[in-house]
Design a protein around this ligand. Structure first.
Ligand SMILES: Cc1cc2nc3c(=O)[nH]c(=O)nc-3n(C[C@H](O)[C@H](O)[C@H](O)COP(=O)(O)OP(=O)(O)OC[C@H]3O[C@@H](n4cnc5c(N)ncnc54)[C@H](O)[C@@H]3O)c2cc1C
Length: 472
């Protein structure tokens, strides 16, 4: 919008997403998927295939992928777009001034996008076992034989499955009774079954108590919350994936007394402004979602409010926010799921389509998972969708568009989908809704009408086929 913009980055352009988050994790999952595809050789008509993983090469490939994407976020690109990029640590010294490398910049508006970092809890003995996190796991070049993954959220699940499929013996520990606790039980069940099938040892309802090194062997002592007994789990490396803490210190937030929420994120109002109406915050540092696409979504509101807030301010719109966990099966969601709807007391109907019935999924040996749509009772208005299965993160886009633009299941059903595609699962779920809402009175009348046309209650003999019909 032709404003003068300065971007200050103290470490690496692209932030966590490019360097230690989305990009490396998806590249790792791609290699893990290939390892798993090889296991399907016989199913697909090949003699059994075996190949040994070259772990260092897998990790090296990840760096190649990061380097290939890096130009999208580079200093050169942003400079060519007209942004002044300064490399250094920013410090907000007043609501109108920022210091970097001894230089003082004056500004009308500031957007804080300092991100978050892996949360490493102070479990006794943790310093003895050099824990890995999503920050440094990418530096590994030697594959851990036994990997302990602490945490059953999206990052823990993606990395546990990837390492297991690449040949590590993974134990995943989670305090809850199930993984991906934010999703419906059914989604968790599908993922847990897949992880168990891969060989991941799931330790649910286990709480980390302390780490020990006994005779040079690392182990974690956990409390099994089901029977209140301590259990020792041996491992070579531990990966801590217990959530992410907002980066709120070191850049002036304390001095300006910017408010924090109970979970440590920066407090902002519905316009994404902090307690200063010209200092905004977006992304992981403020949440409530910690995804790249939600950070980008917020960025639009912060930028527009920062530039034109004196005339008009826009409230950030969180009505239709999708996300996905890129495990196999992928788990994608937009809007409400059943557990949220129940917690909020929102009435809903469920339309459920099993992807095991879908032609393309059967042909692809991917006949598992489901599309579950919650609608307003008696109406086709969509409240939320969960998709579990291959490419769920892509498939859900159709429902995201439907919710965003306010059209319902009748329109999804009335849209021509290419046969045979996985996307037909979306239409089939809408079809399930339609079947459940078929106009029974009209159908009864149609039955009577057709019977009348056939000549009353007695069935009439089928007419002779013409030569043409016989040839066909
Ligand atoms: C393993 C993993 C997998 C993930 N997978 C996905 C995924 O598949 N999809 C998805 O949507 N999200 C994913 N995420 C989350 C995603 O990475 C974050 O939501 C996203 O990076 C947040 O962007 P951000 O700009 O808020 O912060 P960041 O990307 O963390 O960027 C913050 C930047 O600010 C810089 N900075 C901090 N303080 C200062 C300062 N004082 N001066 C100058 N610079 C400073 C930092 O160096 C950093 O580069 C994943 C995260 C992880 C860890």
């Amino acid at each position: 919008m032709k404003a003068k913009v300065t971007l200050i980055e103290k470490h690496q352009m692209g932030g966590d997403c490019l360097n230690t988050g989305c990009v490396p994790s998806k590249a790792l999952l791609r290699s893990a998927k290939f390892a798993n595809e090889m296991k399907k050789a016989e199913q697909l008509g090949f003699k059994p295939v075996t190949s040994e993983v070259d772990f260092a090469a897998v990790m090296q490939r990840i760096q190649r992928v990061v380097a290939d994407i890096e130009p999208h976020d580079s200093v050169e690109r942003y400079t060519s777009l007209g942004v002044e990029v300064l490399e250094g640590e920013a410090k907000i010294t007043s609501p109108w001034t920022v210091e970097v490398n001894g230089q003082r910049l004056s500004t009308r508006a500031i957007v804080i996008a300092t991100g978050a970092r892996p949360l490493v809890p102070t479990i006794p003995g943790i310093e003895l076992v050099a824990p890995l996190t999503s920050d440094n796991v990418w530096d590994l070049r030697e594959q851990p034989k036994r990997l302990l993954v602490l945490g059953g959220g999206p990052i823990g699940c993606e990395l546990a499955q990837a390492f297991q499929r690449l040949g590590s013996a993974v134990t995943q520990v989670e305090r809850n009774e199930r993984l991906l606790a934010r999703e419906d039980q059914e989604a968790s069940d599908a993922l847990m079954a897949s992880l168990r099938h891969d060989g991941v040892a799931l330790r649910l309802q286990h709480k980390a108590v302390r780490f020990e090194v006994v005779d040079g062997q690392r182990q974690m002592i956990c409390l099994n919350l089901a029977d209140n007994r301590e259990v020792a789990i041996g491992f070579d490396q531990v990966l801590v994936a217990l959530g992410r803490a907002a980066n709120v210190t070191g850049f002036g937030a304390e001095e300006l007394q910017l408010e924090l929420r109970a979970n440590g994120t920066l407090e902002v109002d519905e316009y994404l402004a902090t307690r200063f109406s010209n200092i905004f915050a977006v992304g992981d540092v403020t949440g409530p979602y910690q995804f790249t696409h939600t950070s980008a979504h917020q960025a639009w509101f912060a930028a527009v409010n920062g530039l034109f807030g004196g005339f008009k301010r826009f409230k950030v719109d969180y009505r239709v926010i999708p996300w996905a966990t890129f495990t196999d099966p992928e788990v994608a969601r937009v809007g409400l799921n059943e557990q949220d709807a129940k917690a909020q007391g929102t009435a809903y109907e469920v339309s459920h389509f099993g992807i095991d019935e879908l032609d393309r999924a059967i042909a692809d040996e991917a006949a598992h998972g489901y599309v579950k749509v919650l609608t307003v009772p008696g109406k086709d208005r969509i409240l939320g969708v969960t998709i579990v299965g291959e490419h769920a993160g892509d498939l859900i886009a159709e429902y995201v568009a439907a919710m965003k633009h306010g059209y319902g299941l009748n329109k999804v059903l009335g849209t021509v989908h290419i046969y045979p595609t996985l996307a037909e699962a979306n239409k089939a779920a809408a079809g399930e809704w339609k079947k459940a809402h078929a106009p029974q009175r009209v159908l009864r009348w149609l039955g009577i009408f057709h019977q009348w046309r056939r000549g009353g209650s007695q069935a009439t003999a089928a007419p002779e086929l013409t030569a043409n019909q016989k040839a066909l």
